[in-house]
Design a protein around this ligand. Structure first.
Ligand SMILES: Nc1ncnc2c1ncn2[C@@H]1O[C@H](COP(=O)(O)OP(=O)(O)OP(=O)(O)O)[C@@H](O)[C@H]1O
Ligand SMILES: [Mg+2]
Length: 482
């Protein structure tokens, strides 16, 4: 849907979760129990429409005394009378039956007003009264009639619908729901014992993408302010400083990360033993190698150079060539012999044999510093993969924490991108938070029933993602996120 087919509500955060706004000419239900903010949201839709987009709107209320409306609006700094004077707003107080009479007559009162002010938006507060005053069948016919007339006039419409507090909005299959293009549900719930929080959720919206989830909102001085779910304070500094974004090879993951990993950052993949992380890592390493990055990768106890070579060949990558060209190195911590028929890989395997803290550092440094420094000087890009579970088992947690923090810093300073793998569930929360802090991003994967899921729980942009299901596919990268 193109931009011009959208009607921005002008309400901060709401347009974001609607990917720009309501579909033009659509009918949406604003539903919620009493006091959840329906009237405020409806009015604000008209006020912002008038003030920000110069679009006129009509607010129809069945209340007999609209004085309260003007008073409440004034508390948000909304001057309804002024907008009415400028033909950008009309507040119409009318009885439900009279409204029906008017819209069925050609050139009735409402049609005249719509023409006079060139009305684009309309709010009806509230359709629930039709149910109170009629049988269900009559109510359905009347609301359906209103919907059709508003559609015919091309108005972007909000129908306010009061529903009882205990009703489960997801199970509600009322006629109001069926005849609307969209349903926005407002609710109030307990928050941290003594507080309450207000939520807004888009239960449906035909013709546009939406951001799923319960979005918190607040009444601020100027009206409703929606805070999209899973959004955190963005780290502007990191975003600004890293112009170089590199693909992970997994499209949806790239989209979540605004293009991919930022070069020079450190990402940690958190997984439990049930979840298969290896093919996620392989897909990522294969993509980086294909893109010309040079690789240093730690071999786990279950991977050998042969299994790695086979896995990469599935992605069309010849490990033999890369090793010959000095573009890929593998760290073996298990003092394994290299199989006789894999001797060609010899120069790419770095054996670490000393597991005293100093010895480990010294060996890594001696074997890599020269290679990396020479390459960095000539403009090469490096990608490093560490299996922290293995390091923890061989060298202990506190050494691994220090080592990881130092490595992350060293990588950042040299523009080396690092991916680390760890099982947070196996270490204490305090230990985990050290790794979390040292990482610019965390990708979590776990098994839930019959599905493996993946979620970005921390990213340099401050964005968290929704959980995605991992689906295996037949072509590269052999998985996708749904
Ligand atoms: N500026 C504000 N600050 C805090 N809370 C506010 C503010 N303005 C409104 N509210 C709260 O929101 C409540 C209802 O707002 P609103 O009238 O928009 O809800 P509603 O869903 O239309 O309610 P009703 O079902 O009674 O028509 C108020 O009763 C008040 O508690
Ligand atoms: Mg109300």
């Amino acid at each position: 849907m193109s931009e011009q087919d959208k009607v921005a509500t002008g309400i901060t955060g709401l347009d974001e979760v609607l990917y720009g706004g309501l579909p033009a000419g659509s009918i949406s239900l604003i539903q919620g129990s009493p006091g959840t903010g329906k009237t405020t949201l409806g009015l604000q839709f008209l006020i912002e429409g008038a003030r920000k987009y110069n679009e006129a709107g009509i607010y129809i209320t069945f209340e007999e005394l609209p004085e309260q409306l003007y008073r409440d609006s004034a508390s948000f700094g909304w001057d309804l009378k002024d907008l009415e004077k400028n033909n950008l707003l009309r507040v119409i107080c009318i009885q439900p039956e009279v409204l029906i009479d008017h819209i069925t007559k050609p050139n009735g009162l409402l049609e005249n007003v719509i023409k006079t002010i060139n009305c684009k938006r309309i709010v009806l507060d509230s359709v629930s009264l039709y149910r109170v005053l009629n049988t269900e069948a009559e109510a359905r016919n009347k609301v359906y009639l209103l919907r059709n007339v508003f559609k015919k006039w091309g108005l972007t419409t909000l129908l306010i619908n009061e529903i009882a507090g205990l009703q489960n909005p997801l199970e509600q299959n009322s006629f109001e729901n069926y005849l609307s293009d969209g349903v926005i549900h407002l609710s109030l719930s307990k928050f941290m014992d003594k507080y309450r929080s207000r939520q807004l959720e888009i239960l449906k919206m035909r013709g546009t993408k939406i951001v799923e989830g319960e979005h918190r909102f607040k009444f601020l001085d100027h009206g409703i302010h929606v805070i999209p779910a899973l959004s955190m304070a963005e780290d502007k500094l990191i975003i600004k400083n890293s112009s170089d974004t590199i693909s992970t090879g997994i499209q949806t993951l790239d989209d979540i990360l605004s293009g991919g990993l930022q070069r020079g950052t450190t990402f940690t993949i958190d997984t439990n033993s049930k979840a298969n992380y290896r093919y996620i890592v392989t897909a990522l390493l294969a993509k980086r190698l294909e893109a010309g990055d040079k690789l240093i990768s730690m071999m786990t106890n279950t991977s050998t150079i042969d299994t790695i070579s086979f896995a990469l060949s599935e992605y069309g990558i010849c490990l033999n060539d890369l090793i010959k060209e000095q573009k890929a190195y593998f760290v073996d911590l298990f003092k394994r012999d290299i199989p006789v028929n894999s001797k060609q890989y010899h120069s790419g395997i770095i054996q670490i044999t000393d597991f005293s803290e100093e010895g480990f550092r010294k060996q890594l440094q001696e074997k890599f510093s020269d290679i990396i420094q020479t390459n960095l000087a000539s403009g090469g890009n490096w990608f490093v993969y560490y299996d922290l579970n293995v390091l923890i088992s061989l060298l202990g947690i506190s050494f691994t924490q220090r080592f990881f923090a130092e490595e992350a810093l060293r990588c950042r300073l040299n523009g080396i991108t690092m991916l680390a793998h760890i099982n947070f569930a196996e270490i204490s929360q305090a230990a985990g938070s050290v790794f979390e802090r040292a990482s610019n991003g965390i990708i979590r994967t776990w098994v839930d029933g019959n599905y493996q899921l993946l979620q970005v729980t921390k990213s340099p942009t401050g964005r968290m993602s929704a959980p995605h299901i991992i689906e295996n596919i037949d072509e590269k990268p052999f998985l996708r996120l749904i």
